[in-house]
Design a protein. Structure first.
Length: 346
């Protein structure tokens, strides 16, 4: 039986969408918490923050509390792309189908993943190097990053999920990362008063040709779908980010600078995050360590890109994560997420 067949039979027998047993086993070994088609993980920086060894660039750039960030996905094994740089196990992505009547309700996803996340955290209470107060606080997230694995906009109840998260007393912010393949869902978020605090659009190609090389999409009209999502960014009333991942020898040519700039102008985001591909996870089976750019190269590319984007200036950088962030000076918002002002010196 193929992985796909195993997945389908599991769905039919249980009458709901679940990660296949094979994929779930691999995810659990990688320290994911699993609930049906959803997953949660303690990211590298959350664990580092417990022991005072650093914080995520989202803290440095926007003020987010790293130890109170919950990174999760309602679509752990569902995605329309098979991106070459993705550190997730795209080889085990099973299906493009998530029928609304076969998926979990948002409340069930959040509550079960909170329990799974707590199981991943409790061991830190016995870590002498961990700050007990931070570990205790981390049990109740303030920030939700809907990303991790798969494509969250494939989850048909995403608007309800975001509204549920907004309704939790501790919630201060919600970030959504999307590959742009479900533009109709993005428009639903706006229409149904379900916008997250900040939307990231992955932007890893200056042209249709490179788009297909980097993202290996399953949809024939993938470029058109992505362009519709790009236009959405220019109109939506919430914070927006274009995130560009550069891969040496694939999409990092200086000849692409103007093409990237033209796309950015179409999306007119509040921020641009320009980062290097990182040689981690399952991406190591598709790319080499040599495909990573060094931080001086990221700075140089950022300077060149900024030179053809008159409305943008370089705002900050994270050397350890190899990221430079730009801010839109014309479509301007504060870099700091409201509610996190007291975190800026921590």
């Amino acid at each position: 039986m193929s992985c796909s067949d195993e997945y389908i039979s599991h769905v039919q027998s249980e009458n709901l969408v679940k990660i296949s047993p094979l994929a779930a086993s691999k995810l659990r070994r990688a320290k994911y918490g699993i609930y049906n088609h959803s997953a949660v993980e303690l990211c590298h920086w959350t664990k580092k923050s417990f022991t005072g060894e650093g914080t995520c660039y989202k803290h440095k750039f926007y003020g987010i509390s790293t130890h109170r960030c919950m990174e999760f996905t309602p679509t752990a094994m569902n995605c329309e792309n098979r991106c070459i740089y993705c550190w997730r196990p795209t080889e085990f992505y099973d299906t493009l189908q998530m029928p609304e009547n076969l998926v979990d309700e948002p409340e069930s996803i959040v509550n079960n993943l909170l329990r799974e996340r707590k199981k991943l955290i409790v061991g830190y209470f016995g870590n002498k190097r961990a700050h007990r107060e931070k570990v205790e606080e981390s049990i109740l997230p303030q920030h939700y990053a809907i990303s991790l694995s798969g494509e969250p906009s494939m989850y048909p109840k995403l608007p309800q999920l975001i509204r549920y998260l907004k309704g939790l007393a501790a919630t201060k912010s919600i970030f959504l990362v999307t590959n742009g393949q479900e533009p109709d869902m993005l428009y639903r978020l706006a229409e149904e008063d379900s916008l997250p605090t900040q939307i990231y659009l992955s932007t890893n190609a200056p042209s249709r040709r490179i788009f297909h090389i980097v993202n290996r999409p399953k949809y024939a009209d993938a470029w058109e779908r992505w362009k519709k999502s790009l236009f959405f960014l220019s109109q939506v009333d919430t914070r927006t980010v274009i995130r560009i991942t550069l891969i040496r020898g694939v999409n990092d040519s200086l000849n692409f600078i103007q093409d990237f700039a033209n796309l950015i102008a179409e999306g007119n985001p509040h921020f641009i995050e320009l980062k290097s591909y990182m040689h981690i996870g399952m991406s190591t089976l598709r790319l080499e360590a040599s495909h990573m750019l060094e931080m001086p190269e990221i700075r140089s590319y950022a300077k060149a890109l900024c030179g053809v984007l008159p409305n943008f200036s370089i705002m900050d950088e994270s050397e350890i994560s190899r990221i430079v962030v730009f801010q839109n000076n014309k479509r301007s918002v504060s870099r700091w997420i409201p509610g996190y002002e007291n975190n800026l010196l921590s």
